[in-house]
Design a protein around this ligand. Structure first.
Ligand code: 5GP
Ligand code: ZN
Length: 139
């Protein structure tokens, strides 16, 4: 099986424009940026989806994301960022190693919000209370 491309970046076998690294996480510029400064933040622990990542790695990942937002915004002169995970194939995830996109946003950049991902479902909507209950029952 081919090695995971992001594991290869962690190992230094594939070059990257790294901007941060500690024992649990790494951040580097996306090779095909949506906007200048588009950054990927990854755990060093390989797994595909965020919900499969051990909680201690989620803590490390979140701390790294949090610490990078300000410097990225200041470096690029951005007042805003879109921060997102494509979590699974149906959500558009192409690289099967958890990664957070930090995407600097600019006035009139033509981009939209997360709400533009999908057409709003047509009524009748499943009742919100039923959905909330079914999620709570599985926690
Ligand atoms: P996904 O669709 O899986 O959420 O996004 C994967 C991201 O990884 C894409 O934005 C793509 O440009 C980026 N990417 C894929 N291969 C490489 C690579 O070899 N180096 C870097 N720096 N980014 C990559
Ligand atoms: Zn990997």
């Amino acid at each position: 099986m081919d090695p995971c491309i992001f594991c290869s970046i962690i190992e230094g076998d594939i070059p990257s424009h790294s901007i941060y690294e500690d024992k649990d996480t790494m951040a580097f510029l996306d090779v095909n940026p949506i906007s200048p400064g588009h950054t990927l933040v990854i755990p060093k622990h390989h797994c595909s989806k965020l919900n499969e990542l051990p909680p201690q790695d989620v803590v490390s990942l979140t701390k790294t994301i949090h610490s990078l937002i300000g410097p990225i915004e200041r470096a690029l002169g951005a007042n805003a960022t879109t921060i997102a995970f494509n979590n699974g194939i149906e959500a558009g995830q192409e690289v099967p190693h958890v990664h957070c996109h930090i995407i600097p946003r600019f006035p009139q950049d033509g981009g939209r919000s997360i709400h533009s991902l999908l057409e709003k479902p047509q009524p009748p909507l499943t009742k919100l209370s039923t959905i909330a209950e079914s999620i709570k029952n599985l926690m």
